[in-house]
Design a protein around this ligand. Structure first.
Ligand code: FAD
Length: 486
């Protein structure tokens, strides 16, 4: 069979190709001509140049312009200024665009992997971790998985090294500044920072061990939920009266335990058409949850509860007959444990009065969300005199700066938050903003005479704004942000 001869040359087939080439040629000319024009001017006699009409070539050629330029003593300083402006301008623009791009890129990447559907508030955590890992590696950051914090080395009241433990044994890492983002504040604890934990009784909030089931027939499940009065598409708190009656029945039948009933909650997962992720079982707690043996006992207790829940779902809820467990959380979920003393402690009064700060790193209107047998949350009252468009509170950057250790930042649910304020401020979006702000504080600290304690934290707010973050919520002004997580 004769083969078609390949045409390796340029081959314009359509009008579009011709127009394209002409357009690109015009753009090239328009881009290049200003530079050419300056060169022509510089090589032309200045008096003659004043007459204008210099186009493609010098009319009266001369090198005098260059000679007088180099004879001036300040040309080096002027050149350095231009270079500095260009370099700093380019750096600032890269910072601003990259900061803005981060959020968009993360969502975009996760969406491209199939892990985000509709709005951005529901995502597949596994696919999000793929996207995050990619971005972290691309940024030049070095990851070290399978590694635990094992100790800290202090010198003159500062942390000089962290000691970590992994397959290589023990290794020490030195740094100028350290960010504790361990949730429980393990590093701050080892460094001897003071902390509070739990409610007025010292009791921490409930723990949960999340799990996922797949193989669900959602048509049958939705129909069943609708009959029970739950018309959701994704989120099933399962706390309708009909559902509560079924849970009670299962408990009376010995399938569920009493503690399995109050908090039964499941979500659909983007990209997983037959799966649900369960935000339960919720496990009883005590004071000082952060203790290896206690956390282990809760993990074991959680797994037993998950098996009861699988039994319940298969037997009592339509659509689950063929469903199976695909995943259980690798560690029992802790909502609240150590909360450290920082340069500022965000209090429940700040939240109830919708307090704003000069050094705000995020605005939020998430409600008080206590997983506790105490009804303290129900007794709290927000200040109704605040206009609806101002009903959001803020977290100041000072909540991240450890009070005693001058080179330590605490980001996440263990930051400077009182017990009740933490129940609202522990949510992921706030913790994420804290991480970003902590990075900025590390960058600002070397410029401050006494390090972190001396940073003008309002600069963090300016930097965040410059990087495209909206510190004030988009709903401000129209009264729609009452309960919206920002
Ligand atoms: C069951 C449950 C459901 C929740 N549901 C929601 C929700 O729907 N929406 C929402 O916004 N928030 C929710 N939250 C709250 C939110 O997820 C957490 O408060 C938030 O993720 C805490 O973030 P963090 O960065 O402080 O800690 P984490 O996200 O816990 O991150 C701490 C990291 O540090 C690592 N680490 C800990 N100790 C060490 C150590 N010693 N050495 C090395 N590494 C260590 C951990 O492995 C972990 O990766 C929920 C919390 C729980 C427990």
């Amino acid at each position: 069979m004769a083969r078609k001869k390949k045409n390796k040359g340029l081959h314009y087939k359509t009008w579009f190709d011709y127009v394209n080439v002409v357009l690109l040629a015009v753009i090239m000319f328009v881009t290049f001509y200003p530079f050419w024009s300056v060169l022509v001017l510089s090589l032309n006699d200045p008096t003659d140049a004043l007459a204008g009409r210099l186009w493609l070539w010098p009319r009266v050629f001369t090198l005098n312009n260059y000679i007088s330029f180099f004879q001036r003593g300040d040309f080096i300083e002027a050149t350095m200024r231009s270079v500095a402006r260009t370099v700093l301008g380019a750096l600032a623009s890269v910072l601003v665009t990259s900061g803005f791009a981060y959020g968009i890129e993360l969502i975009d990447r996760t969406r491209r992997l199939g892990g985000v559907e509709g709005d951005d508030s529901h995502f597949d955590p596994t696919l999000l971790s793929f996207a995050l890992e990619d971005m972290v590696c691309a940024s030049g950051c070095q990851l070290l998985y399978h590694t635990q914090l094992a100790g800290v080395v202090m010198g003159q009241g500062r942390i000089t090294h962290v000691v970590v433990c992994n397959k290589d044994g023990l290794s020490a890492y030195q740094a100028h500044y350290f960010v504790d983002a361990t949730g429980d504040g393990d590093l701050a604890h080892m460094a001897g920072e003071r902390y509070a934990s739990g409610d007025h009784r010292g009791l921490n909030q409930a723990l949960s061990l999340r799990f996922e089931m797949a193989g669900i027939d959602f048509t049958a499940f939705h129909a069943h939920m609708r009959r029970l009065g739950n018309h959701s598409e994704r989120y099933f708190a399962m706390n309708t009266p009909g559902m509560r009656a079924i849970l009670r029945q299962a408990c009376d039948d010995g399938v569920l335990h009493e503690q399995d009933i109050p908090y039964f909650q499941g979500f659909g997962v983007p990209g997983k058409p037959d799966a649900m992720n369960f935000n339960c079982p919720e496990l009883t707690t005590r004071a000082g949850v952060v203790e290896a043996a206690f956390l282990t006992s809760k993990q074991v207790e959680g797994r037993a509860a998950i098996l009861r829940m699988r039994h319940f779902l298969r037997e009592y809820i339509e659509g689950f007959a063929q469903a199976y467990i695909t995943h259980t959380a690798s560690m029992v979920g802790c909502r609240e444990s150590r909360r450290f003393e920082a340069l500022y402690t965000l209090t429940i009064d700040d939240l109830l009065s919708y307090r704003k700060f000069d050094d705000a790193i995020i605005s939020c209107a998430y409600p008080i969300d206590l997983h506790s047998d105490d009804d303290a949350g129900a007794r709290l009252r927000y200040d109704r005199n605040v206009p609806p468009d101002r009903r959001y509170w803020q977290v100041p950057a000072r909540c991240l700066i450890a009070r005693q250790t001058p080179n330590l930042l605490i980001a996440g649910r263990c930051a400077g938050l009182d017990y009740l304020a933490q129940s609202a401020a522990r949510i992921q979006i706030v913790c994420r903003a804290m991480g970003e702000a902590a990075g900025m504080l590390c960058a600002l600290a070397p410029q401050a005479p006494a390090g972190l304690h001396d940073v003008d934290t309002r600069q963090v707010t300016h930097l965040l704004r410059a990087r495209g973050m909206r510190i004030e919520p988009p709903g401000a002004g129209d009264g729609t942000i009452e309960r919206q997580v920002l």
